[in-house]
Design a protein. Structure first.
Length: 241
């Protein structure tokens, strides 16, 4: 039997796709994280549907369950990320150079239309991550958000979009495989400072460990001066053959 302290509802707009028929994992996690106080960890149990009302059950201990009918879509809980520290803090120029080598700039791929990193999108975040020069196991990208993206009256980018910008760069080079891609299974994030429209923000991602089809990685968003704006820990799972 399900028990909940309170029940709410959320909808992920169709604009925010990752794979063609489901939500970008980072945006989905960020929307779910709204229901958790402070830094949160969100695990995805099934591809989050778009433009679909989802039920949110909140428990007294701060845990959250998101359901589509009887199907569990996601779970969330409070998290700590004190141990997530970027091994290098790329410059804006380095991040821009990395983007020129985005692995799917010139070929169609199931990520080509992703709202966050898809090179075919003209209305997305444009976080076309690529290998960081001099650090081939790391990724980097540059984000300069504009007013077409959801933002607050203070010019701060919507929190779910900050989560999204942390998601795709955590897809590090060792699991790039067009034939057997990996999908985000979970993301924990801490938002430290606002990401403001018009300001250059550097995204950096790095691997943590790989076990079988499970790949753990981390990512961070940095100001142009290198200060830490947000950080995340991700779990990717490679699709079975």
């Amino acid at each position: 039997m399900r028990t909940a302290l309170s029940t709410d509802e959320l909808v992920i707009p169709g604009r925010y796709n990752g794979p063609p028929q489901s939500a970008n994992g980072g945006i989905a996690c960020g929307i779910v994280a709204r229901f958790v106080d402070g830094p949160a960890e969100v695990s995805l149990r099934t591809p989050p549907p778009l433009d679909t009302p989802l039920e949110v059950d909140r428990a007294a201990d701060g845990a959250v369950a998101v359901l589509h009918g009887d199907t569990l879509v996601a779970r969330a809980r409070p998290a700590r990320l004190d141990d997530i520290v970027p091994p290098v803090r790329p410059t804006v120029a380095q991040a821009r150079e990395a983007m020129r080598n985005h692995p799917w700039l010139d070929e169609r791929h199931f990520r080509s239309d992703c709202f966050v990193c898809g090179p075919s999108r003209r209305d997305g975040l444009g976080v076309h991550f690529g290998p960081l020069p001099g650090w081939p196991k790391l990724t980097a990208a540059l984000l300069v958000a504009d007013a077409t993206l959801p933002h607050g009256p203070d010019g701060a980018l919507g929190p779910e979009l900050v989560w999204a910008a942390l998601d795709c760069p955590s897809y590090t080079p060792e699991i790039w495989d067009a034939q057997r891609p990996s999908l985000l299974a979970g993301l924990a994030a801490e938002l430290i400072e606002p990401v403001r429209l018009g300001e250059p923000v550097v995204a950096v991602g790095w691997p943590l460990e790989t076990e079988g089809r499970k790949h753990r990685s981390a990512s961070a968003l940095l100001g142009a001066d290198g200060r830490l704006l947000a950080r995340a820990r991700a779990l990717w799972i490679r699709l079975a053959p």
